[in-house]
Design a protein around this ligand. Sequence first.
Ligand SMILES: NC(=O)c1ccc[n+]([C@@H]2O[C@H](COP(=O)([O-])OP(=O)(O)OC[C@H]3O[C@@H](n4cnc5c(N)ncnc54)[C@H](OP(=O)(O)O)[C@@H]3O)[C@@H](O)[C@H]2O)c1
Length: 231
Amino acid sequence: MNRIAVITGANRGIGLAIARDLADRGLVVIMTCRDEMKGKKALKELENDNRKISFYPMDVTNVESIYMLKNFLRTKYAAIDVLINNAGIISSSTSISASGIEEIRSVMGTNFFGPIEVTQALLPLLQKSQDARIINISSGMGAREDLDGSYAGYRLSKAGLNNFTQMLASDLDGSKVKVYSMCPGWVKTDMGGPAAPRTVEEGADTAVWLATETPAPETGKFYRDRKIISY
Ligand SMILES: NC(=O)c1ccc[n+]([C@@H]2O[C@H](COP(=O)([O-])OP(=O)(O)OC[C@H]3O[C@@H](n4cnc5c(N)ncnc54)[C@H](OP(=O)(O)O)[C@@H]3O)[C@@H](O)[C@H]2O)c1
């Protein structure tokens, strides 16, 4: 049986690279993104005879679209094996003392509340898998030991996402659902910019490894380059 993976924000950047790699490893991949046109274009880019890949629209800040995806998945699949919470936005570099609350709210909405809501919606389907993995694409910018005041909205959102990983892993400890945070490093994407040293394939590598490695890596931890790093 092919394992089934759902990826958020899969139309470009690291999410698209994860979709390509997982499909090449034989997983059934459901790419999601908020813009239907962009999603269909990305799907066209990846489609070939060997890849089992499809697209469904979802905005991680829109509860209606999250539940439409959930209903679609429920009618089509008995279980989901992998959820990759990849969709994300960056904030301005403004410091925590000067950041507008609206900007912080907006970034938290996509990077923090989004993954929580998507995960809660899909958890019943993940719990039907014999070996489920939830992978939260975080950032070293949210690591406690590296926190400074800059990029306030972004750092807060990724620090929060890391806490979500730890809390959910603790909740689900002893079950068949493993939960991970991972940092892709600094990656050449629209978010990372052209000066970033890593390719999208390098950025995707640890997420793909967490999704496919047997036996499953240790739950509740923060990973970079396939190794546990400090929260
Ligand atoms: N690039 C880096 O150096 C780096 C470093 C550390 C962590 N990360 C993390 O890696 C993840 C992917 O980043 P990336 O570099 O690939 O960024 P990217 O190229 O800017 O892609 C971001 C993706 O998220 C999607 N997205 C944004 N808001 C969304 C929403 N409300 N609902 C659904 N999808 C939404 C975007 O869709 P649209 O096309 O519709 O905007 C796009 O597909 C992010 O979580 C980011 O924080 C990146």
